[in-house]
Write a protein of this length. Structure first.
Length: 163
């Protein structure tokens, strides 16, 4: 006995849709495709990279100035007090210019004498030499770090009281 079904239901056991269209294929072995005019889900954004520490940033900035790859005035807004004069005096002598090789920071260490101040030392590889650099950072009320002192191994800038 044959049963007659209404139009809005499937034929019993055949899996056919009304109108003769086959059902949508749900094959997990094939990559998903999107219909024209629809949007794909955007890839998830990567978590932001951790912010570099001020000690690392300033060591790189000072290294660029002392090696001659950046001008001294690029540090004007990042220094305070006598540090800019010390940096200009050091950069004038070009202590980290290493005959075609770019100097690199090998190691950084720091000491926190009080809240809002960091004393930093760095080992710099300049050509076949290993040099030492020290600088002090202090945090201003606007929460920005400023360099307040710079020293490099070798001669130091004479103080105005030294005669």
């Amino acid at each position: 006995m044959n049963k007659v079904m209404t139009r809005n239901t499937l034929s019993a056991g055949t899996g056919r849709h009304p109108g003769g269209r086959p059902p949508v294929r749900h094959d997990t072995r094939r990559p998903a495709t999107t219909a024209p005019g629809t949007r794909r889900e955007a890839p998830r954004a990567k978590p932001p990279a951790p912010r570099p520490r001020p000690t690392d940033l300033f060591a790189e900035r000072l290294l660029c100035v002392l090696s001659g790859t950046r001008p001294v005035h690029s540090m004007l807004r990042h220094t305070r007090g006598r540090a800019y004069d010390e940096l200009a005096w050091l950069a004038e002598r070009g202590p980290l210019r290493a005959g075609g090789q770019r100097p690199v920071v090998r190691d950084i260490g720091y000491f926190v004498p009080r809240a809002g101040a960091i004393e930093v030392f760095a080992r710099i590889a300049a050509g076949d030499r290993l040099r030492a650099m020290a600088f002090r950072l202090e945090q201003d009320p606007d929460q920005r770090w400023r360099c307040t002192a710079v020293e490099l191994d070798g001669p130091r800038m004479p103080h105005p009281t030294d005669d």
